[in-house]
Design a binder for this molecule. Structure first.
Ligand SMILES: [Fe+2]
Ligand SMILES: [Fe+2]
Length: 375
């Protein structure tokens, strides 16, 4: 229903009028007149009985005498206007008192119109028709508003439902991406001496460093899930270089260095923030803050922040764990070494965040040792 349709009066409705008067001759006069105009009518001989009928029948118009026993016209008017179910029913006070004070009193308590006795039929017909027209408009607007509210409520429910579905789909999508990440990281582990424990620890270190730098929660989460793929490019590194126990020749080093660009290629082609970050980390986790890293010798802020964070996390774990060619360093030794290379190998801001988060870093190492024991 449009607002235009809503203001069209209902023409085929037979309106109900309640007539209240203590004089039977008046009741008869108004009853016959209103029936003659085409309205249905109910009569009552005082305000109290009239009110009972009004509450029971909810008429379209009330025509009431003012001076009556039990409850007069003013009392009736106040009672009708005080009840939310009846307050919109127009009331016409029929009075012999055409003095100003009586009229003002009636208006103040909510009467909609007056008829002064003796009432002419033509005046009665005109007043009744006008008030019923206004009542029809009001009824239509009420039902239009109620209809609109129902529709708004329905649409709101539908939107809420759609939003919930979208959230579920997003969660499923994120879960499936994380699943891919885990599988890809596992595939890289098969090719390397790196263990699942290294991947787990360095990714948690990276998340903690990002937190220490005041990064938003989404960035921190992405660090946790993207950094495990930093060495995924080693899938393409030949075994004899990857597994070599001794020192690598310059040529072998060059081939080994290609795991960065290989990783980028594997992770390219997606604009999902998680995979974009993973690609940046894979490609730049061997760059140095001072420009002496590889593969592109990027310098300072040209190195993506996620990669600068992952570099500190990766090296810290490499230092503090045992490798075939070295013993595990103590956390103190590792913190001191990383501090000494702040500004050369590492971004000073990342080093500062690592130092600031020392307790959490040690906690991660401790909890992982426990997990390794269980395994
Ligand atoms: Fe690497
Ligand atoms: Fe690593």
């Amino acid at each position: 229903m449009t607002p235009e349709e809503a203001i069209q009066p209902v023409s085929d409705k037979q309106h109900l009028v309640v007539i209240i008067d203590d004089l039977p001759s008046n009741l008869l006069y108004f009853n016959e007149a209103l029936n003659g105009f085409g309205y249905r009518t109910i009569t009552a001989e005082n305000g109290k009985k009239g009110l009972e009928k009004i509450n029971a029948m909810l008429p379209d118009l009330i025509l009431t005498d003012v001076n009556m026993p039990e409850m007069d016209g003013y009392g009736l008017c106040e009672a009708v206007k005080a009840n939310p179910a009846t307050r919109d029913i127009p009331i016409v006070l029929v009075t012999a008192q055409d003095d100003r004070d009586s009229l003002i009193r009636g208006l103040k308590i909510g009467a909609d119109d007056f008829l002064i006795k003796p009432v002419k039929l033509s005046e009665l017909e005109a007043r009744a028709r006008n008030l019923l027209l206004v009542k029809d408009y009001r009824d239509h607007m009420k039902s239009y508003t109620a209809d609109l509210e129902t529709q708004v409520s329905l649409r709101t429910q539908e939107l809420k439902h759609a939003f919930q579905e979208l959230k579920t789909v997003n969660l499923q999508l994120k879960e499936s991406i994380l699943d891919t990440v885990r599988r890809l990281s596992t595939a890289a582990e098969y090719r390397d001496r790196q263990t699942a424990a290294h991947i787990w620890r360095m990714s948690h270190f990276a998340q903690v460093i990002a937190e220490g730098m005041g990064m938003p929660e989404e960035f921190m989460d992405n660090m946790l899930y993207a950094s495990p793929m930093h060495d995924v490019g080693k899938i393409g590194t030949p075994d004899h270089i990857l597994m070599k126990e001794g020192k690598l020749t310059p040529e072998e080093k060059e081939i080994m260095a290609e795991h960065t660009t290989n990783g980028e290629r594997i992770l390219s082609g997606s604009d999902h923030p998680l995979l974009v970050m993973a690609r940046e980390i894979a490609g730049s986790h061997h760059e140095w803050w001072d420009g002496n890293g590889y593969p592109r010798r990027l310098k300072g802020d040209d190195i993506p922040l996620d990669a600068r964070i992952a570099t500190v996390a990766d090296v810290y774990d490499a230092l503090t764990t045992e490798r075939v060619y070295k013993k595990a360093w103590t956390p103190e030794e590792a913190f001191a070494h990383i501090q000494s290379e702040s500004g050369t190998h590492f971004d000073p801001a990342c080093v500062e965040a690592l130092n600031k988060s020392r307790d959490m870093i040690l906690e991660i190492q401790h909890s992982q040792r426990h997990l390794e024991h269980v395994a």
